[in-house]
Design a protein around this ligand. Structure first.
Ligand SMILES: Cc1cc2nc3c(=O)[nH]c(=O)nc-3n(C[C@H](O)[C@H](O)[C@H](O)COP(=O)(O)OP(=O)(O)OC[C@H]3O[C@@H](n4cnc5c(N)ncnc54)[C@H](O)[C@@H]3O)c2cc1C
Length: 406
């Protein structure tokens, strides 16, 4: 358990790292807390970057979480613009890029993930959206384009769809290129992705599926997207939304178990005094089907991790409850919300609404047990059904009870 003589060093001053600072103080920890981050911005919230900020409704500064007042209140040593290069797990010492070292009694890895880049010739000119520097670069580039400019968005997943939505609202002409048969088919499965397929068209956004891009080139005339088959596509800007990669390479050689993330146990521990939280953590997830090793890139999961770790280290009590991941995405004028972390090959049954109505709710199940709930613009039904994932529920009982209909 943490004593007030302890020093918690958190690496990664993003959403989860900041939430952990707040949670440690809320739990009553009064010892030293150091938050190290490679970005130069005080911790901020990322979801608004592809929503209100890109729409031009918010200044990026408004997404800041760690205001000067909160930094003072939490008495955190905030060190920004410093990149961690390695971790000595015996002495809990983090080595920084400038050669300095920070030693704690406890270390938390909260280094999140970065946007995946694709190996195109024009990679240096292609935009991604993961952090505020990306947002700044995108803003400068978009501000230089006229309304009606064609912007190719590579990847029709959550970020690509949100970006295309905001580009459209600003008078640009986004063209979304999706490699698969349908966007989100690999995440939400064939049925749910088919119900979402019409959203782009309804919002008057051009979505092209089954697109196999050979290269993206940049020259004096702008961008040219070249395909394996078919005519090239000209564009004024290109944005890639092709998923994220966890930032754990800096821990190679540390002795921690790294496998598509930092592998931690049900209490988020990699060692007794070393933990990982948020997008970088591959954690043992207690759910209705048992325990599963997963890495989940959801805002709410980073939030839950921060709260659980602070509670565990301050009180010694692990959580007994099943964790119900929550995710939302605002795209093409609609809100997709999901509880649980269903697999794309789980069975799906739609229990309310329809794509034609523009709202529906569906249950995922595996072996007759409900594993997830997904809705389009039915937030109340989703929340009324959350208990189906807080303890195991059979699909039959869920269909009889129909809590979403209350
Ligand atoms: C544009 C965008 C929109 C999103 N929208 C949604 C949404 O609608 N719904 C949802 O559920 N989730 C959404 N997410 C995901 C959500 O923001 C993440 O799950 C959440 O930020 C994870 O928090 P984290 O602390 O693990 O990582 P991050 O917030 O990414 O923070 C990690 C920090 O660590 C820093 N870092 C990395 N390596 C080092 C190093 N070696 N040394 C020092 N610092 C380092 C990074 O620079 C970063 O600042 C969105 C993400 C993005 C990018």
């Amino acid at each position: 358990m943490l004593q007030n003589s302890d020093h918690v060093v958190i690496v990664g001053a993003g959403f989860g790292g900041w939430r952990l600072v707040e949670a440690l103080r809320r739990e009553g920890f009064d010892g030293e807390v150091t938050l190290l981050g490679e970005e130069t911005y005080a911790p901020y919230d990322r979801p608004p970057l592809s929503k209100q900020v890109l729409a031009g409704k918010w200044d990026a500064e408004r997404a800041t979480l760690a205001t000067p007042e909160r930094i003072a209140e939490t008495k955190v040593n905030l060190r920004l613009g410093v990149r961690a290069m390695s971790l000595d797990v015996e002495s809990n010492t983090v080595e920084l890029e400038d050669g300095s070292r920070v030693e704690g009694t406890h270390v938390v890895i909260a280094t999140g993930a970065r946007a995946r880049r694709l190996p195109f010739s024009a990679d240096d000119q292609i935009l991604t959206l993961r952090n505020r520097d990306d947002e700044l670069r995108m803003r400068l580039e978009l501000d230089g384009l006229k309304a009606g400019s064609v912007i190719v968005v590579i990847g029709g997943g959550f970020i690509g769809a949100e970006v295309a939505t905001q580009l459209k609202s600003r008078g640009f002409v986004p063209i979304v290129l999706e490699a698969l048969q349908r966007p989100l088919i690999g995440v939400l499965g064939p049925d749910v992705s088919s119900w979402l397929e019409r959203l782009a068209a309804d919002a008057d956004v051009e979505l092209r599926s089954d697109q196999h891009i050979r290269d993206v080139e940049h020259g004096t005339e702008g961008f040219v997207v070249r395909f394996e088959v078919g005519e090239p596509l000209h564009a004024d800007a290109v944005i890639v939304g092709a998923g994220a990669l966890a930032n754990f390479e800096w821990l190679e050689g540390s002795g921690l178990t790294l496998d598509n993330g930092v592998v931690v146990d049900e209490n988020l521990l990699a060692r007794e005094s070393i933990a990982a939280i948020g997008d970088v953590a591959r954690f043992s997830w207690p759910n209705v089907m048992g325990e599963e090793l997963v890495r989940i890139e959801h805002w709410e999961v980073a939030n839950l991790h921060a709260n659980e770790l602070a509670h565990f280290w301050v009180t010694g009590e692990g959580t007994r409850a099943l964790m119900v991941p929550y995710f939302w995405s605002d795209q093409y004028g609609k809100k997709i919300q999901m509880l649980g972390h269903a697999r794309p090959d789980d069975d799906v049954v739609r229990v309310s609404g329809s794509p034609e109505e523009g709202k529906w709710l569906a249950l995922y199940s595996r072996g007759g047990v409900v594993t997830g709930i997904v809705t389009l613009s039915q937030p109340r039904g989703l929340m009324l059904s959350k208990h189906l994932l807080e303890s195991p529920s059979t699909l039959d009982l869920a269909l009889d009870d129909a809590p979403w209909a209350d």
